[in-house]
Design a protein. Structure first.
Length: 260
């Protein structure tokens, strides 16, 4: 733990508070939005809302832990005897990151065998990426952090390859009206996930004197990435589901293509 200025403490405090509210609101939006999509896309929205619900819970716990670790009185921030528990983030990511990829696959409505195969491979790779990154996050030295960060990059690169190579043909089979949205969701996933390694490396450029700035940058950076990757992707998945439902279902919710 590092000493913080009043501005640094407040910035992180407000970021956690805002993100908890945003995740909770997104959960309600996505779950109530299930009534606006066809039956085939309800599971995707359920999982998308589950992602933000899990994140809302963990951000509440992170917010509580932050307030337990630091106290601000009369503009002076002091550390308490309680350590800030950053493990909540990795517990959250271990649950939500695989689900983020699964919701993207589900909203594409691929053949069942392909859906199962891609969801399993991407989910396992995502969980491995998070598990490998955690030892580096809690390491006390830069060398160990770099070692585990490099190891975590291997499944990350596999996921990127799957998103941009493995899914290309599948995206090409999507209705023309939603291809752009799905490509946008894929790009948003890559961009937001690519931000995490940058935040992970922030301590590499810090030192003891800049410990407070490093702590602030890491916490705010991870929080911003979470907002984009969870709420942002959730809204895109909702829009994809709505648009595909309009193409595939009539107003009564009956599939337009009726088999004999």
């Amino acid at each position: 733990m590092h000493s913080l200025t009043a501005g640094q403490f407040s910035l992180v405090y407000n970021a956690f508070s805002f993100t908890f509210a945003a995740m909770a609101a997104a959960t309600l939006f996505l779950w109530f939005g299930r009534s606006q999509v066809g039956q085939a896309y309800k599971t995707a929205l359920t999982i998308s809302g589950l992602v933000t619900a899990i994140a809302a819970y963990h951000y509440f716990r992170i917010f509580e832990s932050w307030n337990a670790a630091y106290v601000m009185r009369d503009g002076i921030v002091t550390q308490t005897a309680v350590a800030f528990n950053d493990a909540y983030r990795y517990v959250d990511w271990l649950l939500t990151v695989p689900l983020l990829l699964i919701e993207l696959v589900l909203v594409m409505r691929l053949p069942s065998a392909e859906t199962s195969s891609r969801s399993t491979r991407l989910g396992v790779a995502a969980a491995l990426m998070i598990a490998l990154g955690y030892p580096g996050e809690i390491a006390g030295d830069i060398a160990t952090r770099a070692l585990w960060g490099t190891a975590s990059t291997i499944p990350f690169l596999y996921i990127v390859w799957q998103l941009f190579s493995g899914l290309s043909d599948s995206i090409g089979r999507q209705p023309e009206g939603v291809r752009g949205l799905i490509k946008g969701a894929r790009l948003l996933t890559f961009a937001s996930w690519g931000f995490y390694p940058l935040v992970y490396m922030i301590p590499f450029i810090g030192d003891g004197a800049s410990g407070g700035a490093v702590t602030t940058a890491v916490q705010v950076g991870y929080t911003l990435a979470d907002l984009i990757s969870k709420v942002g992707l959730g809204v895109l998945v909702y829009n994809i589901a709505v648009r595909k439902s309009a193409i595939e279902y009539d107003h009564a919710g009956t599939p337009r293509a009726v088999t004999a």
